[in-house]
Design a protein around this ligand. Structure first.
Ligand code: CMC
Length: 429
């Protein structure tokens, strides 16, 4: 295979280097294109643009492959824990037992929030969306730990990483507790990461809280499945913000906001809302699928389609199986899962979805499990954020360590050419 591409512009041929990744992916290096030719490339929504070289996550969208640092998602979901996967992403490899102990201990030490942050939670209306509250509180961490904000100082970065990973479940749980008007529970550091989160989320100071191991394991698996997904919208946001050398808290808060949208992580909430509205309106699955295909109707089949996966989303396959397992073990039957299964059957044999290569994505079934596990719908996307946090951190860190230049796309201007200013009285309507 050739390692250069030729581009002819105005009769002149330019040679461009082809970069090949460790899994054979190929990219044309256009870094010097504008300097050499005066042209830029145009790729709105970056459908075809590689923004970096990265050694964190590999996806083959055609084959449905997802690997973190080389490890297949199926093996990690089956055999690992979320904290171990977080270590893998952030520290480049799976931890030894000693490294794992050290990592868990460091996180245990930082689970509590500064007491003054209570005032920030209290300032939000009770119906504030937990994504807005979480982003605000993560951003506010930068005002409490000002001595550790320098992205180029490894010790400061590690302090910030440990604080952020440790405090994130506390932040999410408090966002939920605030919406209920219930007291915040301090973390109980005898518990593991997920168990501690569940207690803060669902416990009260009046009763002892028992963590159901089925629920704890299911949440671990869901978090692992969400932990990284290379250059998606929120991760690219974190990297772009980080490329200005904004601190980790500021960059992560930006990522949370990007994740919130219904075409990204917010889809898990939208899927449940869609399933509930189908049930409430008494629609058949076929009727809703027809709506989603109708270009005059704004409905989309939420939880379907993916920019990268064109065959199947391996995370959706694992989640569907986990949903069946967990619902079976908890003895939960849900009309919503029945509707989801019917929607998927119809869509997967429908020409509209087949020709556009639209398949169920990670969000299609995750909301059903979250709901069965008792997670409130408004908090679904914060669960996604908790899972994605190690990925954001690893990607931010990679960018900073490699001292990547500030991100700054260009544009092709198509507005008016130069014209002279007209005073307000002389302007025509
Ligand atoms: N329902 C109906 N039609 C769809 C859907 C859908 N869910 N998704 C895409 N299409 C159609 C779209 O209308 C377009 O049709 P046409 O070619 O006739 O104009 C075609 O398929 C291509 O769609 P696109 O929006 O150009 O594709 P994209 O790669 O830009 O968008 C997506 C990917 C995930 C934003 C989109 O499929 C979507 O909106 N899905 C629903 C929201 C969703 O589930 N998001 C979660 C994504 S996975 C988790 C995550 O990354 O956060």
């Amino acid at each position: 295979m050739t390692d250069t591409a030729k581009l002819e512009i105005d009769g002149k041929v330019h040679e461009l280097k082809i970069i090949t990744g460790s899994e054979g992916e190929r990219g044309i290096d256009i870094a010097s294109l504008r300097a050499d030719t005066g042209c830029i490339t145009l790729d709105p929504a970056y459908k075809n643009t590689g923004s970096c070289l990265s050694n964190i996550t590999f996806i083959d969208g055609e084959k449905g492959i997802l690997r973190y640092r080389g490890y297949p998602i199926e093996q990690l979901a089956e055999q690992s824990s979320f904290l171990e996967v977080a270590y893998l992403l952030i520290h480049d490899d799976l931890p030894t037992r000693d490294q794992y102990e050290e990592w868990s201990e460091a996180l245990r030490y930082h689970t509590m929030l500064h007491e003054d942050l209570r005032a920030l939670f209290a300032a939000f209306p009770k119906n504030a969306h937990p994504m807005a509250v979480s982003a605000a509180v993560v951003s506010a961490l930068s005002t409490f730990y000002t001595e550790d904000l320098d992205p180029t100082d490894e010790r400061q970065v590690m302090n910030s990483i440990e604080r952020l990973v440790a405090k994130f479940p506390t932040i999410i749980a408090y966002s939920h507790k605030h919406s209920l008007g219930q007291p915040f529970l301090y973390p109980d550091n005898r518990l593991g990461y997920v168990a501690n989160f569940l207690r803060m989320m669902f416990g009260t100071p009046c009763e002892e809280f028992h963590v159901d191991p089925v629920v704890e394991r299911a949440i671990n698996v869901l978090l692992i499945l969400h932990a990284d997904h290379e250059q998606n919208c929120s991760t690219s946001t974190v990297r772009l913000v980080g490329s200005s050398r904004a601190n980790l808290f500021a960059s992560t808060a930006a990522g949370i906001h990007a994740l919130w949208g219904p075409r990204h992580g917010g889809a898990n909430q939208s899927v449940i809302e869609m399933l509930e509205s189908i049930a409430d309106e008494g629609l058949s699955a076929r009727q809703f699928v027809d709506r989603a295909k109708d270009k005059n109707d704004t409905s989309r089949l939420m939880g379907f389609g993916h920019r990268v996966y064109r065959n199947f989303d391996p995370r959706a396959t694992i989640i569907k199986k986990a949903a069946d397992d967990v619902l079976g073990k908890l003895g939960v039957t849900t009309k919503l899962l029945e509707i989801a299964v019917e929607l998927a059957e119809i869509a997967l044999s429908d020409e509209y979805f087949i020709s556009r290569k639209l398949y169920p994505n990670v969000d299609f079934y995750s909301g059903i499990i979250f709901k069965a596990l008792g997670i409130p719908v408004a908090s679904f996307t914060t669960m996604f954020a908790m899972g994605r946090l190690p990925g954001w951190i690893a990607q931010w860190r990679e960018l900073v360590i490699e001292d990547q230049a500030i991100g700054r796309p260009r544009q092709i201007y198509v507005g008016p050419s130069m014209r002279d200013f007209v005073s307000i009285d002389q302007r025509k309507a």
